[in-house]
Design a protein. Structure first.
Length: 419
């Protein structure tokens, strides 16, 4: 699928190892990456004035990494991005609308068969919809401004063959952590993870976003799912465009094939300070938990909150002394939480809500943990300083496991919570 998607974007057949000059169908920049891209873009001009980007209709900016609490310099960066977008008709997802990756998917701006890149590493999320989604740097984004193109080395592919169905106590996040333990943080370096097999049909699009999103944590350039009836159903109402997906040939060659029987997936947790420092809860220390974070482009969708609430209800709510921070991935997720009564239920349990966006994930806005705090998060990264404080310790887990930690005040297997 990676070769076919990049062949389409390049306009001719390309294969693993080739260098391809591609025209992306969509390129996204954030308030953290657009200002630097504009400086590079300015250096490409013959004079100091910024010219129009080559394809403004294929660009979108997401002001998701900073908030008012981020300070004046961050606000100036956002103003710079807004100003350029206003001049040339680029769509802007403004502060509190949500995380750019979630918004591109929700709004139908990424479709099956496309190449969609973002100046943020978790642009790999777009692969959930049968697109080649990949993160790029600010200089690459500037090149897209200049000529509407970028170059990519075509990755080889690792086949992730799925069978069975996830049990009620496990989630896509547990599968992602299981894969991270098996492959390691760099085990799929510059490869595409291609998900296939009958088990794919048991995963909804939210599950697929989690797995595509986490592929970069194993070093992958992309994580790609096939387009099926569930993809089409999810996109119904989000786009009127004709869909033109790709599928792998029956005799496609893979660098490696990994088999996962979804029925065997169990709750997992990544211990500080590596995403591949993963253990099952039977081997996890009974660590005190001070803060639980439900959000990010990995774990901030309605399904995630529904699963977390199920555990919290069954265990009497949030334990004394635990801060439960909730940051929806988008305004539409927040609206759904409100409409279904989940917002009120979380609030009654003492949860603290942050505006939709990246929030605490990368430590640039939102609640920052204090020295010595133990944080359990639905996020994708737990290296030192990720949430803005190198003295905090971050554990990664599923929404159910995060909720179990919130309810008990310590790392707890969600299967054991309430017993």
């Amino acid at each position: 699928m990676a070769e076919k998607l990049l062949s389409r974007a390049a306009g001719h057949a390309v294969y693993a190892g080739d260098l391809a000059i591609c025209e992306p169908d969509m390129a996204m920049g954030t308030d953290g990456s657009v200002p630097m891209a504009l400086e590079y873009f300015r250096d490409m001009q013959e004079d100091s004035a910024l010219s129009a980007p080559a394809r403004p209709d294929r660009l979108a900016f997401a002001l998701d990494h900073y908030g008012v609490a981020s300070g004046e310099r961050a606000m100036a960066l956002q103003a710079k991005a807004r100003g350029f977008a206003r001049l040339f008709g680029i769509h802007v997802f403004d502060v509190a609308e949500g995380i750019g990756h979630q918004l591109l998917l929700e709004s139908g701006r990424v479709l099956p068969g496309q190449l969609a890149v973002g100046a943020d590493s978790h642009a790999v999320s777009y692969g959930a919809l049968n697109a080649f989604g990949s993160g790029i740097g600010s200089s690459d984004l500037a090149g897209i401004f200049q000529c509407g193109q970028l170059w990519l080395k075509v990755p080889g592919s690792i086949r992730i063959h799925l069978t069975g169905k996830l049990p009620p106590h496990a989630s896509a996040k547990d599968l992602a952590l299981t894969m991270a333990r098996a492959l390691g943080a760099g085990g799929a370096n510059y490869m595409a993870l291609e998900f296939d097999g009958p088990g794919v049909a048991s995963l909804d699009v939210d599950d697929r976003i989690v797995l595509a999103n986490m592929s970069v944590e194993m070093g992958a350039k992309a994580g790609i799912f096939p387009c099926d009836i569930y993809t089409r159903a999810w996109l119904s109402g989000r786009t009127t465009a004709a869909l033109d997906p790709v599928s792998a040939d029956a005799d496609a060659g893979y660098a490696q094939t990994l088999h996962y029987h979804l029925d065997d997936v169990v709750p997992m947790v990544a211990l500080p300070h590596r995403v591949d420092n993963v253990v099952g809860f039977e081997a996890a220390p009974g660590t005190r938990v001070d803060m639980v974070y439900l959000g990010t482009c990995t774990g901030g969708r309605t399904k995630d909150y529904r699963e977390a609430l199920e555990v919290l209800r069954a265990n009497g709510g949030v334990a004394p002394g635990v801060r439960l921070i909730v940051t929806p991935a988008s305004a539409s997720v927040l609206a759904e939480l409100d409409a279904t009564g989940m917002l009120a239920e979380f609030t009654a349990m003492g949860a603290e809500f942050q505006p939709p966006g990246c929030g605490s994930c990368c430590g640039t806005c939102g609640t920052i943990p204090a020295d010595g705090m133990h944080v359990v998060s639905t996020a994708n990264r737990n290296f030192k300083g990720r949430m803005g404080n190198r003295q905090a310790q971050i554990f990664l887990a599923s929404p159910r496991a995060c909720a179990a930690a919130a309810a008990t005040g310590h790392l707890t297997d969600p299967r054991d919570a309430g017993r």
